[in-house]
Design a protein around this ligand. Structure first.
Ligand SMILES: *Cc1c(COP(=O)(O)O)cnc(C)c1O
Length: 454
């Protein structure tokens, strides 16, 4: 039943055919089915005798897959989509079928070596020193939490070393534009969040970070600043260099959340926006967003992984064999233990295509974003809300309110034209498109925009 008998071999071939079919087909955008409708179509699937591979695969192909939207549709412009290369997607199958765990060097050395090579590429793009490394985690959310846990642990240790008691409260400084996962991490860690003001360009700067650190309540210690390299809503890169100055002055950990935006480190046309990123203590970049990797793949990289190990290594009698100085254990650097080697599909695609192909693909998405910005500026009935730093274009349709945007998005989805969702900007309803898919064209955007004409 579990080995490769004749039945299972036939099943593997059918599954591989399903995968090939999926790659060959243009995915469709559809509205989510009603809960009862999907349940009725699919019926009972978990049964004592099992459905057999053909029936289970049929239910998946006919009902389950079409009930979800593939994020690599070229007109999936909501949130931050994902657009994995064929190489990275298909290699996910290989990683899963290898049954190799990515937690420790002891039994996962090959996987860890490959992940480290991919991680090194990201560290080099950011200008981090030799020795920088970390762990591929499930997403920006886990990455931000793990980095902040490390930062607080480091701050706690230095207080202890200085003979100081615990502070009355720990705090992290960030901005209103910081991703919600940082608030979530703060709740998990039971720490305070101090908001620093954005400048008129919606950018966090060193001046306001320094003011926020100075203005902390008595007895509160700021253990980290979170700067964003590409805000999710409008794609702004904070002023990393001046923020690094503010952190250095106070000996505060600088975490850069580049979950969405830092994929563009590979693009020469915008590389200078990230100046100062090389001064961070930790950085999160999601290859599953803008670096063409399948879910779930986020790179968490530390300038120096040592404090991460102090914070995260789990100790148990049966785990001691895994800890050895010469061994690099990804799991010692994040809030995880058992883990799939989720960086390996990303590594495979990088190894296959080379880094120039990544540079060109990301530059292409940026050029489509610039052309989209031009379409907005050229249209009387549209208003550009902010000059794009990266590949998010935020705009308003003159005369529209929140209900109009929602109705427009619903209609686009019902027609299968595009996947968009409304947002807010400076307190008012607005639209955003986020372009990360190299297959998205200017024509896609132009066609969507014709439906906005008066
Ligand atoms: C998407 C995003 C996150 C969260 O990442 P997940 O991979 O969804 O957990 C965090 N920060 C920023 C800036 C993001 O864009």
């Amino acid at each position: 039943m579990f080995g490769l008998d004749a039945d299972n071999e036939a099943m593997v071939r059918k599954v591989v055919d399903q995968v090939l079919g999926r790659f060959a087909e243009q995915p469709e955008i559809r509205q989510a089915p009603r809960v009862d409708e999907l349940a009725a179509n699919v019926g009972e699937t978990i049964t004592p005798a099992g459905l057999g591979p053909d029936e289970a695969l049929r239910l998946y192909t006919e009902y389950l897959a079409p009930a979800s939207v593939a994020s690599d549709h070229p007109r999936y412009l909501a949130f931050v989509a994902g657009a994995p290369t064929t190489a990275s997607s298909v290699f996910d199958l290989v990683v899963s079928s290898s049954a190799q765990c990515g937690a420790f060097w002891l039994d996962g050395a090959g996987m860890v070596h490959a992940e480290n090579a991919a991680m090194r590429w990201i560290a080099d793009l950011a200008g981090l020193p030799a020795g920088a490394n970390g762990c591929f985690v499930t997403g920006g959310t886990t990455g931000n939490l793990s980095a902040l846990v490390t930062a607080r642990d480091a701050a706690r240790r230095s207080r202890q070393a200085a003979g100081l008691d615990r502070p009355k409260a720990w705090a992290v400084v960030c901005a209103d534009s910081t991703h919600s996962s940082v608030d979530s991490a703060a709740r998990v860690m039971d720490v305070e969040v101090i908001r620093a003001e954005l400048n008129p360009e919606h950018r966090l700067t060193g001046i306001s970070v320094a003011a926020a650190i100075d203005g902390r309540p008595d007895g509160t210690e700021v253990f980290a600043v979170v700067a964003t390299a590409g805000t999710t809503n409008i794609g702004i890169v904070d002023d990393l260099d001046s923020i690094a100055d503010a952190c250095n002055g106070g000996g505060v950990w600088l975490h850069v959340d580049g979950a969405y935006g830092a994929g563009a480190l590979v693009a020469p046309s915008v590389r200078d926006r990230f100046n100062g990123i090389e001064r961070c203590d930790s950085l999160v970049v999601d290859p599953h967003k803008w670096l063409l990797s399948p879910f779930d793949c986020a790179a968490l990289v530390y300038r120096d992984p040592t404090p991460a190990r102090l914070a995260h290594t789990q100790h148990a009698s049966y785990l001691d064999a895994t800890i050895e100085d010469a061994f690099y254990n990804p799991s010692d650097h994040a809030h995880v233990l058992t883990r799939r080697a989720r960086g390996v599909p990303f590594w495979f695609s990088l190894a296959v295509h080379g880094t120039d192909a990544y540079r060109d693909a990301i530059e292409h998405t940026l050029s489509v974003a610039r052309a989209t910005r031009d379409l907005v500026v050229a249209a009387e009935h549209l208003e550009l809300l902010i000059e794009p730093d990266l590949s998010v274009v935020a705009f308003r349709r003159r005369g529209w309110g929140a209900d109009d945007y929602q109705a427009w998005c619903d209609q686009l989805m019902a027609n299968g034209t595009a996947m968009l969702t409304p947002t807010t900007f400076e307190g008012g309803p607005a639209m955003r498109v986020c372009i990360i898919n190299p297959r998205t064209t200017v024509d896609d955007l132009a066609e969507i925009f014709t439906t906005l004409e008066p």
